[in-house]
Design a protein. Sequence first.
Length: 124
Amino acid sequence: MMCEKCRQADASVHLSLFEGGCEVHRFCEPCAREFLESSHDPRMAGFRWQLYGIQTEGFVNMRARIIRIERETFVVHVIKSSHFPDDSELTFRRGLVSDETWNVGVELNFICTVDELKALIGSA
């Protein structure tokens, strides 16, 4: 399948966005990077950070592993984050994850605004 932007190279990056339907994009690597860098769509912020390390102003990106579950909170070990040191520990309110992912060892990848993060962080 050809890149939908340049129509010259094979599409090796497939982006599927779900919000009131499914929007699919197919790009070659250079066109995918250009698309992600230039997009003002907040859904692209996580892709920019995970694929290319490009931080989007006002958003927090994080990959973390649940290491301990307490009453209504859980503690994570930060693997990679745009705002917190690697290997740090954070306590979150339970609302961040669904019941089926409420297990020690589960890895979480998420993006949210700074204000949303403040509402999710529990007391230590």
